[in-house]
Ligand binder design. Structure first.
Ligand SMILES: N[C@H](CCC[C@H](N)C(=O)O)C(=O)O
Length: 284
């Protein structure tokens, strides 16, 4: 048996395991198992909370298909909540080591519990080779690609993990289950891609749906919301240094794309439940 905590960041839920106390031998298979709503617990993936030699804590994130991602915006906020609420730290300014560098977290505490977190998400990368996207040039802005005989224009951004952002007038009628996998596995993206579909409401408000690499449609994607705001500034819909509200299926995030190229994300972190789960032989 292994102890777990389920938390969500505006509907993007993960199973969190405290690796100060537990040992996960096969996190990829463990993520596939816990994410399954029928044979496991049900979530968008697995997050390991670990000791770090370079920061206060370290996290690793695995998608529902078992693939490991470089970064996860919603999970950073829930990790901040977990370590404070469970007494692993008394600090409200903490550093978190991820596969895409160390992130700074500012915990908002009310009545002894973290309710929201502000995260320094680091620098948005725009160079295609760093995203990666197999397109020549120094940036990919409004690049036309055809999927299911329909033309889309993508803007590519990395927040440590890769994103293709598409602006559309109507995202509610989008058949995401059909087009999502075709973007995710498109030949232009050697490491696959997270794809954000954005409707611009006004210069301070975006509406977003997302098909995540390795997890399918999720109710929110923190790194995706950051990539969407960066792409909106690059395409002239929004401005630098302004706090943009990104409205996702699970709730809202506040994102600011600073002139220096870094991104700040603010949003809630919510405890759902905790318990113990039997580790299947395949994940041992
Ligand atoms: N839901 C996460 C993103 C997970 C990233 C993962 N889907 C990948 O990049 O493979 C977020 O809040 O940023």
């Amino acid at each position: 048996m292994i102890k777990f905590t389920k938390m969500h960041g505006i509907g993007n839920s993960y199973i969190y395991i405290n690796c100060f106390e537990e040992e996960v031998f096969n996190p990829s298979k463990m993520s596939e198992f816990v994410s399954d709503p029928h044979f496991g617990i049900g979530s968008d993936g697995l997050v390991l909370i670990m000791p770090s030699e370079t920061a206060d804590f370290k996290m690793r994130i695995f998608n529902a298909d078992g693939s490991e991602a470089e970064m996860c915006g919603n999970a950073t906020r829930c990790v901040g909540k977990y370590v404070y609420d469970n007494g692993l730290t008394k600090k409200t300014d903490i550093t978190l080591e991820t596969n895409s560098g160390i992130k700074d977290l500012e915990l908002d505490v009310i009545d002894g519990e973290v309710v929201s977190v502000t995260v320094g998400m680091g620098k948005a990368e725009l160079e295609p080779q760093k995203i990666p996207v197999s397109i020549d040039g120094d940036r990919v802005i409004g690049y036309p690609i055809s999927v299911m005989d329909k033309e889309y224009e993508i803007t590519a951004v990395s927040m440590g993990n890769p994103h293709a952002v598409i602006f559309m007038d109507d995202i509610d009628s989008l058949e995401l289950e059909k087009v999502g996998p075709l973007f995710e596995n498109h030949e232009l993206f050697p490491e696959r891609i997270n794809t954000e579909f954005i409707k611009v409401i006004d210069e301070d408000t975006l509406q977003m749906r997302v098909w995540e690499r390795g997890s399918g449609e999720t109710w929110a994607c923190g790194t995706g919301a950051c990539a969407a705001v960066v792409a909106a500034v690059l395409n002239g819909y929004c401005k630098h240094d302004r706090e943009i509200t990104v409205k996702l299926r699970g709730g809202n995030l506040k994102i600011t794309y600073l002139q220096d190229g870094t991104v700040i994300k603010k949003g809630p972190a919510t405890f759902i439940c905790e318990g113990e789960v039997e580790v299947p032989p395949i994940a041992r």
